[in-house]
Each structure stands twice: as structure tokens, then as C-alpha cells.
Design a protein around this ligand. Structure first.
Ligand code: OGA
Ligand code: NI
Length: 367
């Protein structure tokens, strides 16, 4: 490492604390007129998105995650669609869905209202700002400002959706259509999640409602992300490598691109498809299926040209649910994971996040 590189990495703790105290999100930072990213965002070399060789990157560009057409999921071709989903879950833990039944108008309104939210004046968004990860509805930046030692190039909003009456009055009141549009979107996504959970169960030979009962019908958390264009996209990241903690995630992204999935030692770019959803399995599904279905690491890179919006919806078990491999799926093998309470898992997940997949690995039984 050259000496200039080392200088980049030495951002003192005191300096960082002052920086964090004054920060009002990455979008506001960019609007202040900076032309180079502050040192607070410079990731260590091995966490920067350029770590792959050019050859591997070129190779990765040719490989794509499966795109699954759900048109036949409730019709004659159901068995084939279920089988295709099962194969994607085993090999990738990630796939895109088209003809998924969510109306295009609902998708477009949701993207639009999220764009309008992030475009609000900084001070209005800051009214919802909190760095307390236990606060259910909040505007935030980076991942966890109090825990991150290097910041991430992302602002986000967090909106739990279930039960709706517990949370909707806490959602942003501006833009004026936010609550109505988000409510409609969250209902449509919930219906899609239910169909997907049924298909997942069927692909495993379980009763149709089995996975839905554990991962699909309890907590639903909507998280719109905004990744501003970045003057030094090679030095930082929008969201660093992680697997999702819950059961299943459904992501809507705009046309910009930046999501990457780790598959067989390579980062594979997920090509944005208009009005499609990216579906990925999360840690509790890996545990429930005893590792048959994978919760795969992914990350979001940023670019110099365009801001990007993505909208994640996380479906996860109830906090007091006990999660362990489903006995019918063991096929005579010993369980790979010990039982844990989802609420406890989530707490450890946030504490250990910088260690990539350590949360799920820590439940591995030896032998
Ligand atoms: C997430 C996530 C990816 C993206 O919110 O957990 O992985 O492309 N988002 O924003
Ligand atoms: Ni994720």
C-alpha cells in the first residue's frame, strides 16, 4: 500500500465523531458542494468494489441471476415454476421475478413517492432522523452511524408495515401521498411474499403454508434506500457485503444498477429489469432449510453518474419465534444449526454485522 493510501485510512476517532455529529445524510453532503468523498467514507482496500481482477469482472458480467416468470404460478405450469424457484434457491438464493402480479401503477407510484421523499428539504427529513436502531420509523444514513467505523454512501428510510395501525401514523407525513401509496404497495408486496412463501414450501415438499407461517406473515419492514452519485465510487460502497437477517426480502430497484451478489467466489451484477422484483432468501430461511436454501451475501456499489433508489421489503419471523431446521427437511442428517430466538438473533446480527455472515455461522453445530 502506498503512503497516500495509508493517509486516506487514518481518519481519527475524534475527527470521525465530529463528522458524524454534523452529518445530515449523504445527499445533503453532496448538495453542500463536495468534489471528493470525505475520508470518513474511504473503505479499507479489501472492502472496495474494485478488488476483483478485470478478468473476473468481465466474466461476472456474463453470468446473471435467474429471471423467473410467475405468470403460471397459479395455473397449469405451477409445478414447473415451483421447481424453477427451488433450483434458484439452491444454487443462488437470489432471483428476479416478472409477471408477478403487482400492478405497474403501484410500482411506479412507489418509486415516485420515495424519490419525492428523498428530494424533500434536508431539515424536513431530519425531523425523522434517528441513529437508534430500536426506533421503528426513522430516516437514517450509512448503516448504523454509531457503530460504523467507516461510513457507507447511503441514506434510507425505515417503515415497519405490520400491524399497519401500529406504525402508519409514524410514517412520513410528507410527501402528502406517502402513506397512501406506501400502504397500497405494502399490501401488494405482502400478497407476493405469500405466494412466494407457498412456492418455496412446495418446492421443498412441505405443506404449502409451512414457511409462510414462520417467515411470511409476521414482521414486514419497508426500507427505501437512496444512493447519491458519488465522486469516488471506487473508494467506497453504498451498502457493504451482508446477508439479510430475516426470512425473505423483495427488492424493487430503478434502472441505474449497483446491486451485486456473491456467487462461487465472484461478485455478480444484478441487471435491472423494468418493473421486476429481486427476491432473496435471508438467514432464517437458510436455518429452517438446514442450509439447503442459501442466504447469500450481496452489496450495493455506487457510481459517479447517477443517484440510485432501491426499495427493500424484509419479511421476517416474530421476535419471539424459535427458529431451527425443520425436522422434515433433515432427511436423516443431523441439524446444522442450533435453535435460536429470532429477536436474539437480530440483536447479535446488528452487533456483528461487520463480520459478514458470522451471525448465521455462529449457530452452526460442529460435527
Ligand atoms: C438491503 C439491500 C440492496 C440494494 O437493503 O438489505 O441489500 O440494492 N439492498 O439496495
Ligand atoms: Ni440486503
Amino acid at each position: 500500500m502506498g503512503s497516500s493510501e495509508e493517509e486516506e485510512l487514518t481518519f481519527g476517532e475524534a475527527e470521525m465523531n465530529v463528522f458524524k455529529q454534523n452529518l445530515k445524510g449523504v445527499k445533503a453532503l453532496m448538495e453542500s458542494g463536495i468534489t471528493r468523498i470525505p475520508n470518513a467514507y474511504v473503505k479499507p482496500l479489501d472492502e472496495r468494489p474494485t478488488k476483483l481482477s478485470a478478468a473476473a469482472a468481465a466474466d461476472g458480467n456474463k453470468i446473471e441471476i435467474p429471471v423467473i416468470d410467475l405468470a403460471d404460478l397459479d395455473g397449469d405450469g405451477q409445478d414447473q415454476v415451483v421447481k424453477t424457484i427451488g433450483e434458484a434457491c439452491e444454487k443462488w438464493g437470489f432471483f428476479q421475478v416478472i409477471n408477478h402480479g403487482v400492478p405497474t401503477s403501484v410500482i411506479h407510484s412507489m418509486m415516485q413517492v420515495c424519490q419525492e421523499f428523498f428530494d424533500l428539504p434536508t431539515e424536513e427529513k431530519m425531523e425523522l432522523y434517528s441513529d437508534d436502531t430500536l426506533k421503528p420509523v426513522r430516516f437514517g444514513t450509512s448503516y448504523s452511524l454509531s457503530k460504523d467505523t467507516v461510513l457507507e454512501w447511503r441514506d434510507y428510510l425505515r417503515c415497519p408495515c405490520r400491524p399497519l395501525s401500529d406504525f402508519i401514523h409514524l410514517w412520513p407525513a410528507k410527501p402528502s401521498t406517502f402513506r397512501e401509496v406506501t400502504m397500497e404497495y405494502s399490501k401488494e408486496i405482502a400478497a407476493l411474499a405469500k405466494r412466494l412463501c407457498y412456492a418455496l414450501s412446495e418446492s421443498l415438499g412441505l405443506e404449502s403454508e409451512c414457511l409462510y407461517e414462520v417467515i411470511g406473515k409476521h414482521q414486514q419492514i419497508l426500507m427505501p434506500n437512496h444512493y447519491p452519485a458519488c465522486p469516488n465510487p471506487d473508494l467506497t460502497i453504498g451498502l457493504s457485503a451482508h446477508s439479510d437477517a430475516g426470512g425473505i426480502t423483495i427488492l424493487l430497484q430503478d434502472h441505474v444498477g449497483g446491486l451485486e451478489v456473491f456467487n462461487e467466489g465472484q461478485w455478480i451484477a444484478v441487471k435491472p429489469l423494468p418493473d421486476a422484483f429481486v427476491v432473496n432468501l435471508a438467514d432464517q430461511t437458510q436455518i429452517l432449510t438446514n442450509g439447503k436454501y442459501k442466504s447469500v451475501e450481496h452489496r450495493a456499489t455506487v457510481n459517479a453518474q447517477r443517484a440510485r433508489i432501491s426499495i427493500s421489503t424484509f419479511f421476517q419471523p416474530a421476535a419471539d419465534a424459535k427458529i431451527a431446521p425443520i425436522p422434515e427437511l433433515l432427511g436423516g442428517q443431523p441439524p446444522m444449526y442450533r435453535e435460536s430466538l429470532f429477536g436474539v438473533y437480530l440483536r447479535d446480527f446488528f452487533t456483528n454485522r461487520l463480520n459478514r455472515k458470522s451471525a448465521v455461522d455462529s449457530l452452526k453445530l460442529s460435527g
